[in-house]
Ligand binder design. Structure first.
Ligand SMILES: [Cu+2]
Length: 600
């Protein structure tokens, strides 16, 4: 099939039909930027980005068609997602951001190394952009790769204020490919994001429609036996937790989008069999962690968070909120493939199609069984598969008392892996913001993510990632900082060390040019994608010179992981969980990189 001989564009035709049924006055046709439109002739030859060194971006609000319904969203230059910005490493760029909203806005350039005044976090690095005002960002590009941008004001990101960035390398790209697509994942709700947050505050498992039922109970009995099932149930009940509590906000309210297209809109990218197709996959969602696969097509991961990694082939990977992964696929057959991004709690999925010809049909796999948390996710000694229930004392296992009871250690296994609470060195903060402590946190970087432990194909784990280039700083860390991820889930309180952002006066201080190790201990039952602005994390995977370097790292439940950081960039930087409502609830800090020599 020739590139010029593109058949009709069913997806676009349907889109226009929807637009006319929804009312002609909304200007819906222009809402999707060209790069995000599906099955277009021009998508055969690549994306239509905004490129160059000078950009004007206008933030506004308008009605938008999403998966056949009308919602109100925040648009940049009238588009959802916001325009693809295509930059070149080494250029200095200027971006004038005009605010047409009635409230303040901002743009943060996620993963971009720049002077902190250009980082775009209101109250941390600049005052924000007032209505009708313009803020001019200007910075040099010192890196290449796939990144994204989004509002750092209130809950605007949930309402559509996000877009992709591709920075072309100034030297030859080590990744070979014939065609590329940006695949930007997001979660859309027709509810007002503030209402979503208010509902979470009122009842944190509001969107968890997947709680286990009586029939689940009898299924469990059939597979696990009566005693085990009753034990398991009683235990979860006494902990006042829910083993299906994987995500706070779920497919009960979300539609999962790819390039602004819902599953019905079915974003479609074309290929010629035999081509190497690079997919730049960005998780621009507010609250969702996705499991990504293309059934029948292996994916070679070549980049993570914008930086090249040694190519590694896999069949599925998990992408945390704000992470990016670039993969290369090479479909050789004349057939269509489904690109599937399933939310990690299995409450919904985003789907797109890769095809050599419009109209080829391909099955969308059914959603898989929802995962359930195990005792390992609580950082207890054993998971349910190996636990000796007979020896456990369930009586004292109140969630509120988690970690303050000898029974939590179960008496088995090497004690040194668990925390000795008698040791004053293991002091743990207390207060209303903390319920629960991981008593036996473990490094889980080589483990498959929750929900993918038992799938019968290859799954990427963090320790598979190795930087393509030697790490720029291989000094051993001079000091270590430990930070606890904490929560009181029932009250929807999320924090570091038990204190929410508004309760903390002091920043976390890094000293300029020091190499330090930051250790994160996740005392909560949820995975948290933790993001530091302005600097990369070198993930401590055991590799010496080729640690994967990331701007966002997902800490699994009950996990203790470390990252090494070179504190190069003087200034104040936001450091937070990238689940939007967790950040909003207070899981955030400021990191100040201080040049003490300059001060003396
Ligand atoms: Cu979080």
């Amino acid at each position: 099939m020739s590139r010029d001989n593109q058949p009709l564009k069913p997806s676009r035709r349907r889109f226009l039909t929807q637009a006319s049924t929804l009312g002609a006055g909304f200007g819906l046709q222009s809402v999707l930027p060209a790069w995000a439109r599906s099955g277009e002739a021009n998508s055969m030859i690549g994306l239509q980005p905004m490129s160059g060194t000078e950009f004007d971006l206008t933030v506004g609000m308008a009605k938008t068609a999403i998966d056949g319904r009308v919602g109100r969203s925040i648009l940049v230059n009238g588009q959802l997602p916001a325009p693809l910005l295509r930059w070149r490493e080494g250029d200095e760029i200027t971006l004038r951001v005009h605010n047409n909203l009635h409230v303040d806005t901002s743009i943060h350039w996620h993963g971009i190394l720049l002077p902190f005044q250009m980082d775009g976090v209101p109250g941390v690095t600049f005052p924000g952009i007032r209505p009708r005002e313009t803020f001019t960002y200007r910075f040099p590009l010192m890196q290449a790769g796939t990144y994204w941008y989004h509002s750092h004001s209130g809950l605007q990101e949930q309402a559509g204020h996000y877009g992709p960035i591709v920075i072309e390398p100034k030297d030859a790209d080590p990744v070979a490919y014939d065609r590329e697509y940006v695949i930007l994942l997001s979660d859309w709700t027709f509810e007002d994001p503030h209402r979503v947050f208010a509902k979470l505050k009122k009842m944190s498992d509001n969107y968890n429609y997947q709680q286990r039922t009586v029939s689940d109970f009898f299924d469990d009995v059939r597979s696990d036996g009566w005693d085990r099932t009753v034990d398991d149930r009683a235990m979860w009940g006494q902990m006042r937790m829910n083993p299906t509590d994987i995500a706070d906000v779920t497919g009960a309210t979300y539609i999962y989008l790819i390039n602004g297209h819902g599953p019905r809109d079915n974003w479609t990218g074309m290929f010629v069999p035999g081509e190497r197709v690079r997919l730049r996959i960005i998780n621009a969602s507010a609250m969702s962690i996705f499991d990504v696969r293309i059934p029948g097509l292996p994916m070679t991961v070549v980049q993570a968070d914008g930086l090249n990694v040694q190519p590694v082939e896999t069949d599925e990977f998990q992408i945390g909120t704000a992470e990016t992964f670039d993969v290369v696929v090479q479909p050789t057959k004349h057939q269509a493939y489904s690109f599937i991004a399933e939310s990690n709690d299995r409450s919904g999925l985003a789907r797109a199609t890769l095809t050599p010809e419009m109209g080829l049909s391909v099955a969308v796999p059914k959603r898989r069984a929802r995962p359930t948390l195990t005792m390992k996710d609580m950082a207890m000694k054993h998971d349910m598969d190996s636990m000796d229930h007979g020896a456990m004392d369930h009586g004292g296992m109140d969630h509120g008392a988690m970690g303050h009871h000898g029974a939590m250690k179960h008496g088995a296994g090497p004690a040194e892996e668990c925390i000795d609470e008698q040791d004053p060195a293991n002091d743990f903060p207390s207060g209303p913001g903390i319920v629960g402590r991981a008593m036996c946190p473990t490094n889980r970087l080589s483990e498959r993510p929750l929900g993918l432990q038992h799938v019968d194909h290859r799954v990427l784990v963090y320790t598979d990632l190795k930087a393509l280039e030697r790490n720029p700083d291989t000094r051993p860390p001079g000091r270590e900082l430990e930070l606890h991820l904490t929560s009181n889930m029932e009250r929807y309180m999320w924090s570091f060390d038990g204190l929410k952002f508004s309760e903390v006066d002091e920043p976390i201080v890094f000293h300029k040019d020091e190499r330090l190790r930051l250790t994160l201990v996740n005392n909560t039952m949820m995975p948290h994608p933790i993001h530091l602005h302005g600097m990369f994390f070198d993930l401590v995977t055991g590799d010496h010179n080729h640690k994967p370097r990331k701007h966002t790292v997902v800490a699994k439940p009950g996990e203790k992981l470390s990252v090494d950081i070179t504190a190069e960039a003087v200034g104040d930087w936001a450091f937070h969980c990238h689940l939007l409502y967790h950040m909003h609830a207070g899981m955030m800090r400021i990191v100040s990189v201080v040049d003490s020599e300059a001060m003396t």
